[in-house]
Design a protein around this ligand. Sequence first.
Ligand code: FE2
Length: 361
Amino acid sequence: MSKDISIKEIHHIELFVSNAKQSAYFYRKAFGFSQLAYSGLETGNRNSASYVLSQGNIRLVLTTPLHSRNWIGGHIRKHGDGVFDIAFHVDDVDYCFNEAIRRGAKSAVEPYNLEDADGIVRRAAIQTYGETIHSLISTNDYNGNFLPHFKEQILVEESIGLTSIDHVVGNVNVGQMDKWANFYSKVFGFKNIIHFTDQDISTKYSALMSKVMENDNGRIKFPINEPAQGLKKSQIEEYLEFYEGEGVQHIALLTDDILDTISKFRERGIDFLHVPDTYYDTLESRVGPIEEDISSIRKLGILVDRDDEGYLLQLFSKPTQDRPTLFYEIIQRQGSKGFGQGNFQALFESIEREQSLRGNL
Ligand code: FE2
């Protein structure tokens, strides 16, 4: 019996974007990320430019090609701006890579060394759904602030309270959810902690099925969605059409104070999914007592859901690029380990109540 592949955490998430300089400004000024490091022409990188941003334990890398011969341009042409790499921090890259391949994963990049004056990083990558990859990175012999060949270039912004990545959701094609859930289970030893069928998430207009996969230390949670038959095109189908394939649908970021975080987002003009006022009419009877002030929650348009273990507060951004593809979720957990499944139904019902008020139902 081979020992398990042990993934410590998400090292960073890399997005390919068409203008990394402007995207970096957006994530700094609107999302409160500070810049840590940079790679580009000024650092001797003649193929691409990358900005490394951080807040709490979250690290995002925004990368853009510097000429048309760079394959990254093809990725952006097909998918638009989006997530390319959910990179894993591991101790033993070679073991994890070889074992993943032995268990049926496809190689994206064979193990290699990256080296500069601050030390050595071992790195490899394997493929997951669509054209998305998981880099495997070991920084045990590295002392720099990010990775070799990045220049430390710090631009401090005031944090808006985002602390870590709660979960990263993948959208896959019809009939592919089980395949990818099994992939995470077989290759990485993740466990299926929640399974929603189309009966559970049954807004008639946006039916979906989802399995949530979690790693052994609980730090990584990957829900995998596939569209289900609904009356109209589901949001998953819309994503698959505009991303032109499978990919990351949303990144959920944790905060300890969602009221403060969402107020700051709102001051900065970030758009969130509109929550109809009628949603709040039944909120207290649905979720019971909560610590936060209901009128502030209503004013900021925050969603609340409760399960056996507690409750959570959450809100979904509008897509962060023109294509209706990647968006962000902001989430605060007060005991609940769920994903806000009660909100799907409540949101749908409140939309129906509004339709009914307009005489359109
Ligand atoms: Fe989510």
